[in-house]
Design a protein around this ligand. Structure first.
Ligand SMILES: [Zn+2]
Length: 219
């Protein structure tokens, strides 16, 4: 039987990051239809980073190859990583056989079990520059994380830029703030994370899902 696991966090007005706003634009009472004006930043909730997010004069969202956003993916279980720890090259080399050209890799730390809580943006496990460079060198096509960013943004923008740069320069699609990676088998399964067709942007929320054809549940 086919299962679809939602890997995206709900987009709520109450989110502590606070950029989501919903305002009535048309109403049933006045206009005979409900339409809502929705405002949020381009890196709100589960989202995709375009190269122009952290690189000057780099490609924008509409150039992201949708073939990369849809296809076989694998979860790398790094759930032993706790607050304050880094994901270094050695942590990823345990999975070298899976880190191959074109691979879509979802790094599982389970950090997003605290999504929406006050400490969510502090001390989450993030890639080191060496780990990011190694993933880019190995030619992977997509890296997903279940933390606010691939980089330790809480340590400042210098390190944040340094971690993003090798990945974005190599055209690796980054998907951040995934959740529920523990609910999917290691893989491979079909991963889908599609941004809106917005022109000129640096990123966009995505609805990320895992499509799993599970023979056990068919019995
Ligand atoms: Zn990012």
């Amino acid at each position: 039987m086919r299962r679809v696991v939602d890997l995206s966090v709900p987009m709520r007005v109450e989110d502590p990051r606070g950029t989501l706003r919903l305002e009535p634009y048309r109403t049933l009472a006045k206009d005979r239809a409900n339409i809502t004006l929705v405002t949020f930043d381009s890196h709100f909730s589960t989202h995709l980073d375009a190269p122009s997010h952290q690189l000057a004069n780099a490609p924008t969202l509409e150039t992201v190859d949708l073939k990369t956003c849809v296809g076989k993916a694998t979860v790398l279980n790094l759930s032993e990583k706790k607050a304050g720890s880094q994901i270094d090259r050695a942590d990823l080399e345990r999975f070298t056989a899976l880190v191959i050209p074109g691979a879509r890799l979802l790094l599982r730390t389970d950090w997003n079990e605290c999504y929406g809580k006050p400490d969510h943006n502090e001390g989450y496990p993030a890639l080191t520059v060496a780990a990011a460079a190694w993933l880019a060198e190995r030619g992977v096509s997509l890296v997903g994380v279940d933390t606010p960013s691939v980089a330790p943004v809480y340590e400042g923008m210098e390190i944040t830029n340094a971690v993003h740069a090798p990945l974005l320069k190599a055209g690796v699609v980054l998907v951040e703030n995934l959740c529920r990676l523990k609910e999917v088998p290691a893989g491979p399964f079909t991963f889908i994370a599609l941004p809106l067709h917005l022109i000129g942007l640096d990123g966009c929320p995505v609805r990320a899902v895992a499509v799993i054809d599970d023979e056990r549940t068919a019995r």
